[in-house]
Design a binder for this molecule. Sequence first.
Ligand SMILES: [Zn+2]
Length: 287
Amino acid sequence: MQWISHLKNLRTIKIEGEIENVSPLRIGSGKAQVLESIADLTVFKIYDPQKRVHTPVIPGSSLKGVLRSQVVANLRTYGIQNICDGLPRATCLEGNEFTRYEGDSGEKYHNILSGYIKVCLACLIFGSPGFSSHLIVNDGYSLNESKLATRTMVAIDRKSGSAKQKSLYTVEYIEPGAKFAFDLIAFNLPNYTIGLISDVLLKIHKGIVSLGSLKTKGFGQMKFNKVEIYVNGKPETQIASLDPFDTLVTIEDSSVEKKLLSFVNAWEKAKEKISEVANRGWNWMLP
Ligand SMILES: [Zn+2]
């Protein structure tokens, strides 16, 4: 169970590839960042100093948020209720639990393992106040010339349900066919936790889970054109188990679906035992 602590570098798994939007995509920046923008609500962009333009990116924080909320929802449908939402004031930790163990990470780790300080599986993967994440999702940079467009929307009065007067606004979005890099780094994560993440990636790939806003209008449907798995920087076909609940994963050089499913299988095999750990209040000590 050493992976739970951040004391030792056991392994780093990198999942990288290419993701493309098959329907309009809108991940907002909140307000217009660029002066020449004609839209009220622009898409999130970063400045490319070489091309001297602002290009859209998929913010890693946005994708990580989708992964976390979907993993939490999935765990609950599997019957694991003892899990937190990860929203402010709805996390396992407040951030001050470990202050007295400062300088003694061994004691901190032991208290998490024994469930004395409860940290649910979602917090172990994605982090919690005072506990570092085991997962990094990098920003997805644009790989081709993405086309931007705007659409005029009508603000609806939430109380009456009618369109407000003079309440038209324009939103900017990315036309289908934009390709972005996809880059996720799992530090010391067992295969079954990568299975939980892969399950969400599969749902994104199949259009069951969308990214960004305006989902009810069909926005944010994505597909993965390519997914590659690297262990400690090298392409690997056999990925060892990392704890007593984990299983070996064999990656074949095949489709995106099959690569992701091989990790989902590790979760399928682990879920009953993880459910028992959850029922014991996230006590990982074997009875
Ligand atoms: Zn939690």
